[in-house]
Design a protein around this ligand. Sequence first.
Ligand code: GAP
Length: 504
Amino acid sequence: MANQDEFFKKVVAHAKEYGFIFPSSEIYDGLAAVYDYGQMGVELKNNIKQYWWRAMVQMHENIVGLDSAIFMHPRIWKASGHVDAFNDPLIDNKDSKKRYRADVLIEDHIAKIEDKIEKECEKAHKRFGDAFDRQQFVTTNARVLEHQKQIDEIQAKYAELMNANDLVGLKQLILDLGIVCPISGTRNWTDVRQFNLMFATKMGSVIDDSDTLYLRPETAQGIFVNFLNVQKSGRMKVPFGIAQIGKAFRNEIVARQFIFRMREFEQMEMQFFVRPGTELEWFKRWKEERLQWHLALGIPEECYRFHDHEKLAHYANAATDIEFRFPFGFKELEGIHSRTDFDLSRHSEFSGKKLQYFDSELNENYTPYVIETSIGVDRMFLAVFSHALKEESLEDGSTRTVLNLPARLAPYKAAVLPLVKKDGLPEKAREVQHLLMPEMMVQYDEKDAIGRRYRRQDAIGTPFCITVDNDTLENGAVTVRHRDSMQQERVAIDQLLPYLKARL
Ligand code: GAP
């Protein structure tokens, strides 16, 4: 755990030092759980969004995009259930006066038991070496099985209590598990209460007469209320999807873990409208497709796992999370939900407008069922960024910090570096830079020794460094250095563009 904490601190520090993420309003001492993306961060974030948009919209002829407004009619949030039920169960410790989410206290308790399983696996791995079979070990080792049994029992109890909205039972579970406040170390807890997570604001010039609006807590509702507009104007046929990327706002009480849980964040959501009765089939397909999207980035499969929900929201008939191994353990990265016809039916009821589809093949009208895929841009950022950050020991005894981001997500694809700042090398390097610029993000750097410049590019994740030296002036070739292997090869300038594009 200590190592994980240390590593996570490095992630946060690196993000700031190299212009990826800054605390919001820092010169005014910051604003809790709000962050700004710097010059590198905005590139990485845009590349993540583009990677998602390409895969979801461009690569599916039956999925189209949308950009709906953040402000929406307040009745939308009544219809969606957010006004009445978008709550977190909160509990205070009377000694430290600190407030916690009851569900997070229980999740953290479970994470500690999961850590024990991990430690058993690490010990066994050391003992058995290459012969270690994790799957066999976790299904047969007595201590691991005992820990797993504990986890299953807690999860089942927790799901039962949450389903019944049993706040008294939730407090009792916290007491029974012996959970203490991390600050005071005591079990002196208040009762559990529900707290709504939406930010409210006012619209109109006269505050008293104006309507209360909510900053949207998810982008999905903008899609539901535009269902008919898109379907009719785009002559869309079920099954079809509507995808959207945009800001969402939640007044998170336990806002922590950097950009994992923010108060202002961004979501990439897609609602897929299907015939009633086919939704579980589509749910399975989207589960697989979304996992493949993650794996296509080249991050190893063991960093991901599905967590099927035991506690289903009242409108869902299946739900799963794709969890990622963050520096603080496996946590939700993306949600995939089978939301039945709940949202469209509720908006029909509350707006008085029929939100139905005429299926000409079946010759009938129905309210489509919906499969939703929903992923946080910032959480995806944290996943790829923290996985990419490595401290490597080199053969010559030195170390280097490298961000081995998937090349397609890297802020800069190449850096052009004249070996020295004279003899016409900067001019030649500028030529190379301008050759590449229309096709990709390129940095030019002539300051400091070449080794230090390589390190700077390693730290921001640039996959290729292109060095222009005296030979370049003679033979028209440059040295391309690969970020991960540090191997170098000579490439003719007129071949450079196809060479790089083939590797990006
Ligand atoms: N429309 C469904 C929905 O919003 P959710 O599980 O509440 O479902 C979906 O959120 C995704 O949005 C999460 O998997 C996570 O990646 C991201 N997300 C949710 N709350 C967040 C927060 N406070 N900060 C950053 N990302 C968040």
